[in-house]
Design a binder for this molecule. Structure first.
Ligand SMILES: *Cc1c(COP(=O)(O)O)cnc(C)c1O
Ligand SMILES: [Zn+2]
Length: 426
């Protein structure tokens, strides 16, 4: 195997056949590929030639790039398949944001409705390769939905730790339905995260949080696929929501590797967007990353309700590599942006809309230029959090004004009532 695990803090190296998530020094691990030997092996043409392949592994939008992800035998791969998500243009959203060259990549179109599937296919493949029988994660919802599905597919036991009462209904439904043992922790996500790490260490369960470097390798494929869809034309900006900072980390690594391999000639800038009530990374950014911050997190966007992001150091590195920045948006801005994305016929969950709201804010501040090419990542499906959507339109979200509310109308079963209700709509 021509890859290894390498500590990003002290440089220590470990075999990928060893079960470990962090370095002995406590540093985060990277899967390090041998870029020198890959330089002659991978090319835009190679990846383009695999498009349209109907069979696994290349039918997967993750494993199409397997040399840069995890070069295991095809037979080892556990895949739905995932990826192959659409890239949308929307004149309405372009107008609203004030950017013509706007592209939205919808990661909610993955098998379980979020980008987490791209990491999970690799994480569960690695778990099986290591001979593990059980896998676990702590989750704000989407990771547990994904883990439950992929573990079921691979025949592994799945245990998910979720903060009680703090995950969206669609996600809880998925974890239960796919058969994961679901532990509702009395505490927040950060408490659940701490607990799952202890449990995995003590009970011999394989940990599949984004602390796990193999998951991040899969998430890099969001960038590979988006660039391929853009005919390898690098955007000026890539805007994404940021919670535990797994994607921010993965995107930077993907771009760094593509640049090193000569598949792209310049770096786009990453803009990581946090919710104001869950903004530890934004606070660190304001302080020039001198200090790692933590907060008690509160936001309507439950997928990014995280106060102590695990992949902090990797994400800081991503921003340094790409000349990136961090922005924050309010819950009001998130839900209004969501209403716009939804009404454009595209739809997404609240956390995804944070990226759209952030892009708008950066355009208004003159940081993103109106003529620049902007790629926004929509991370999760509209149906993940029906409660937040319905409550918004009914004006029931505490403290928020439903500026774009579309209220349902209850009528008597008569034509007159229909006519009255449609007054002004036709
Ligand atoms: C997990 C998740 C995020 C946050 O991504 P991180 O990699 O943890 O920063 C954002 N949106 C959705 C829908 C998610 O499921
Ligand atoms: Zn180390």
């Amino acid at each position: 195997m021509d890859f290894k695990l390498k500590c990003m803090a002290c440089g220590a190296e470990y075999s990928p056949q060893e079960i470990r998530y962090t370095c002995d020094c406590g540093g985060l691990l990277d899967v390090e590929h041998d870029l020198d030997s890959l330089r002659g092996q991978v090319s835009r043409e190679l990846f383009d030639s695999r498009l349209g392949d109907l069979a696994l592994p290349y039918a997967s939008g993750v494993w199409r790039y397997r040399e840069l992800i995890l070069p295991l035998d095809e037979g080892a791969i556990v895949s739905r398949p995932e990826g192959n998500t659409n890239l949308y243009r929307s004149p309405r959203l372009s107008d609203w944001l004030g950017v013509d060259d706007l592209h939205l990549k919808h990661e909610g179109e993955n098998p379980t409705g979020s980008f987490k599937d791209r990491g999970m296919t690799v994480g569960v493949t690695q778990a099986r390769f290591l001979g593990c029988q059980a896998v676990a994660c702590a989750s704000t919802g989407n990771t547990s939905a994904s883990l439950a599905a992929y573990a079921a597919l691979a025949g592994l036991a799945a245990i998910v730790f979720v903060p009680q009462g703090q995950i969206a209904f669609g996600k809880l439904a998925q974890a239960l339905a796919y058969g994961a043992k679901t532990l509702q922790v009395r505490g927040d996500f950060d408490a659940a995260m701490k607990l799952v790490r202890q449990a995995c260490d003590e009970l011999g369960i394989y940990l599949l949080n984004s602390l796990n470097p193999f998951r991040l390798e899969g998430q890099k494929s969001i960038i590979f696929e988006a660039l391929q869809q853009l005919s390898w034309e690098v955007p000026d900006w890539i805007v994404l929501p940021a919670g535990n900072l797994g994607n921010t980390s993965a995107f930077g690594k993907a771009l760094y590797e593509l640049k090193e391999l000569g598949l792209i000639s310049r770096m786009p800038r990453l803009a990581a967007v946090q919710a104001q009530g869950a903004n530890p990374f934004y606070r660190s950014f304001l302080g020039g990353f001198q200090q790692r911050e933590r907060v008690e997190a509160h936001t309507v966007a439950t997928a990014i309700r995280i106060g102590a992001p695990v992949s902090y150091a990797r994400a800081v590195r991503s921003l340094r590599w790409t000349g990136g920045l961090v922005a924050e948006v309010s819950d009001q801005q998130i839900m209004d942006a969501k209403a716009r994305v939804d009404a454009a016929g595209i739809g997404c969950e609240p956390a995804s809309a944070a990226a759209v709201a952030g892009a708008k804010k950066l355009v208004e501040a003159g940081i993103i230029g109106r003529k620049e090419k902007v790629l926004v990542i929509l991370t999760g499906h509209l149906l993940k959090d029906p409660q937040a959507t319905v409550d918004y339109h009914l004006g029931k979200l505490a403290g928020l004004t439903p500026s774009h509310a579309n209220r349902p109308v209850t009528i008597e079963p008569t034509l007159e009532a229909v006519q009255e209700a449609l007054e002004g709509s036709l």
